[in-house]
Design a protein around this ligand. Structure first.
Ligand code: C5P
Length: 254
């Protein structure tokens, strides 16, 4: 059922404009050998194109910046040219860096003025539904400096003392209360100035952008994520993604 009751974050004259940065420069080694992960096909279309369409599906998003593999910007540009994308959205391609963090920073540096809300979305999450994208934007518009879509965990999580050798038993040191934990997805949404400040001040390894905003001492809020926003990481995830697309085709057919 479509959620027509929720106000859509359409870009009115006074509404903040939203840009999406898509880091797509990773090799995706856990997926096995082959092309960079973002360029692998799902149902015949590169994962990156699915991710770009997922961002452009929101009427609030007027610009998508794709951060390409450092030596692959030209290839990504021709890929975007070769696929149908909404006319109301502009696209930019910039070369990425050695880490995800560096790639996001390079995408932010390329943003023209006039976009006050920034989404950061992994190319590896090609199937996030537009309602999730819109919910993140809405929460930033409502005043949160940083917003993450998040889901409760099915598995209990243990903290371990990592073994020196892979495969060796690892001592468990703690069991955080599962009800208080969330698995965090993308797009993560930010007030632009906050995200720029986070990338300029926070150093050290982080696995998501909201974590950098937390390090600034600001509040990050979580909104409900979606099971279809999963990250394509391992070979089995490709099978799941194809199944989700097949289900969508079936549902669209009726
Ligand atoms: O490796 P992981 O799955 O966490 O990567 C998340 C996202 O960050 C992917 O979309 C990947 O392409 C991107 N990335 C990047 N630049 C890097 C490494 C990862 O844009 N150097």
């Amino acid at each position: 059922m479509s959620d027509d009751s929720r106000p859509s974050p359409s870009a009115g004259p006074s509404a903040a404009r939203t840009a999406a940065v898509i880091p797509a420069a990773g090799r995706g080694v856990r997926l096995g050998p082959g092309a960079p992960k973002a360029l692998r096909a799902l149902n015949g279309t590169p994962m990156l194109i699915h991710a770009v369409r997922a961002m452009a599906a929101s009427r609030a998003v007027s610009l998508v910046v794709v951060v390409a593999p450092p030596d692959g910007a030209a290839e990504v540009r021709s890929l975007l040219d070769a696929h149908a994308l909404p006319e109301r959205t502009d696209f930019l391609v910039v070369p990425g860096g050695q880490s995800r963090q560096e790639s996001v920073k390079l995408g932010l540096d390329a943003l023209p003025p006039g976009h006050d809300i920034v989404l950061v979305h992994d190319a590896a999450r090609p199937l996030v539904p537009v309602d999730t994208v819109d919910a993140v934007i809405e929460a930033v518009r409502d005043g949160a400096p940083a917003v993450v879509p998040a889901l409760p965990l099915a598995d209990t999580v243990k903290q371990v003392e990592p073994a020196g050798t892979p495969g060796e038993p690892e001592p468990v040191v703690a069991t955080p209360e599962r009800a208080l934990l969330r698995a965090v997805q993308t797009p993560q949404g930010f007030d632009r100035a906050t995200l720029v400040r986070a990338h300029e001040t926070v150093t050290g390894e982080v696995t998501d952008d909201a974590g950098m905003v937390e390090q600034l001492g600001l509040t990050v809020v979580a909104v409900p994520g979606h099971e279809e926003a999963f990250k394509v990481t391992r070979p089995l995830d490709l099978v799941l993604a194809e199944a989700v697309l097949a289900r969508r085709r079936l549902n669209d057919g009726f």
